[in-house]
Write a protein that binds this ligand. Sequence first.
Ligand SMILES: NC(=O)c1ccc[n+]([C@@H]2O[C@H](COP(=O)([O-])OP(=O)(O)OC[C@H]3O[C@@H](n4cnc5c(N)ncnc54)[C@H](O)[C@@H]3O)[C@@H](O)[C@H]2O)c1
Length: 676
Amino acid sequence: MSSLQVLCSGLPLRPLPENRGRRAGVPHAPVRTPGLSPAEEQLALRNALRYFPPDVQELLAPEFAQELRLYGHIYMYRFCPDIKMRAYPIEQYPCRTRAAAAIMHMIMNNLDPAVAQFPQELVTYGGNGQVFSNWAQFWLTMSYLSQMTEEQTLVMYSGHPLGLFPSSPGAPRLVITNGMVIPNYSSRTEYEKLFAMGVTMYGQMTAGSYCYIGPQGIVHGTVLTVLNAGRRYLGVKDLAGKVFVTSGLGGMSGAQAKAAVIVGCIGVIAEVDKAALMKRHQQGWLMEVTDSLDHCIERLREARKRKEVLSLGYHGNVVDLWERLVHELDTTGELLVDLGSDQTSCHNPFNGGYYPVQLGFAEAQSLMASDPAAFKSLVQESLRRQVSAINRLAKENFFFWDYGNAFLLEAQRAGADVEKKGANKTEFRYPSYVQHIMGDIFSQGFGPFRWVCTSGDPQDLAVTDQLATSVLEEAIADGVNPAVKLQYVDNIRWIREAARHRLVVGSQARILYSDQKGRVAIAVAFNQAIARGKIKAPVVLSRDHHDVSGTDSPFRETSNIYDGSAFCADMAVQNFVGDAFRGATWVALHNGGGVGWGEVINGGFGLVLDGTQEAEQKARMMLSWDVSNGVARRCWSGNRKAYEIICQTMQDNKGLVVTLPQEVADERMLQQALRL
Ligand SMILES: NC(=O)c1ccc[n+]([C@@H]2O[C@H](COP(=O)([O-])OP(=O)(O)OC[C@H]3O[C@@H](n4cnc5c(N)ncnc54)[C@H](O)[C@@H]3O)[C@@H](O)[C@H]2O)c1
């Protein structure tokens, strides 16, 4: 078994590690089907071999070629380290700067088999959210980080560590770009080829930026979403006896089972992959499992009658479940479901993100590799069937929403009936959870703020939980507007219950939603606690890219931008750049993420708090920009709430001056001018 010292000392070449190939008993990524030409295959192989000296290339070449043939990608399984992959306490990493050790802590968490979806293929979540493209990149990155000084910055090109470049102590230690492909060539087909050639990579949102914190991140969002859906659609505060049906128990989607229990309803979640289902069951996030549809319906009926709190995993295809619910409605008149969504990986529907109902799991995996065109046609037919069943139920008192996975977008492309008459092109027959259910929180600056205690000590996490709670309570006591107060109160309740629900998987991390003031105040409180020794080691601040300013995504985060700029990505790019020079320890900019390749540009950051004055200063500067950028953009696009927030922020923050939109209210003037 390697040690961290070995892991950080460069590619193991003398001797080469034994090639043990794909490990059994670990979930593996579906076979990719890049459709490379012979010349492109040669390029892929050449690209992979350039990490290795000539004397080992002859041995590695046939092995890598075999991986390309069998799996559609060169992962370099031989170099998958034999160390137990997990977030080790920060002081155990060999390093010359603690910022680099904190980054290593985050990288290893993203690859921890308890956290990662396909750990040997370096996929953290979302089916294809890569941390790196191959294992050589992992080894080199760890080695660069362990040698890096405060005067250097590591540059990552879509998984590839380009090298350490001279910079300054105030600059980011790490700059990551993932999937930055020239727009005209950013199609899905091109992506498959470029990934197979090892030159680009899909980093999802937090996989390729090393900021994933396990499914806890989305449990929080799902709890608030289901609660608010109950309030809004069913008019109830108490969800006891209400049924929420959905699909997916994977990386992010696995959170749905836990969230159903936290909100006190009955969650029935279909999952085709037994390994994913059992992982959640063994983790205690899924209470019961069944592979019988009859039993599933029987159990659901019983739980409904008794108002039991239940999470039930159905091992099978979600289309079968939806169609069975229609059958029950048609034959007994009983509507067995109140709320519904979908969290299959529809951002990547034809390469293993969505399994069509016509095929078994293994059969589907084989067809997607052997006949991608036939597979695609089955996926589209399956999506049409799924929507048709949902449409039937929605004629009754049943409410469905899109959960940010591009389900409705792909269903529309497949020809399903999801049209909303008279709406603009980012709207469908069913709402997207971001605006309609969560409310316009981004305009108020609220978003998924998170932190990781790099000591790895649960006691440190408990201290941060207490500090965050007190900060929000004090803010309420000082007086905040009612909308902000409601958010703070919901989040205080969340954080109090979080420890009880044992949400930590992997690193000692926590998430909550906060606005700019709250984020800054929490960061300052943590930094002071580190300085006083109340928290033992640095804390990494970060967030999901799914936030106020981090993401330009016309079908999700920016779907309520109505000035025509929803398809522009200036905000996310500016965010990445602005965070970099205001104090982030690392920054990342991604193509894709959430809704899929080519559909979104998003970025994120990591900021290491180490108890110093400089860290506090950086946190104040960077977090303020990180939120007010997006609020100002929303204000400019005509959002009234964002206008009020940014005016208030301008009063509170010296140096902030924003161009405010003038009202253009005279409709007649516009019409007249256009007639001229
Ligand atoms: N709402 C959000 O805030 C949010 C956040 C992150 C990710 N997402 C999106 O949600 C989707 C899911 O993310 P993930 O990390 O859980 O992905 P994942 O690939 O880990 O999990 C999806 C699961 O769906 C299962 N599945 C696929 N087709 C199925 C079918 N027809 N019936 C039953 N099960 C099926 C797969 O086996 C897989 O386990 C992605 O598209 C992701 O981009 C949304």
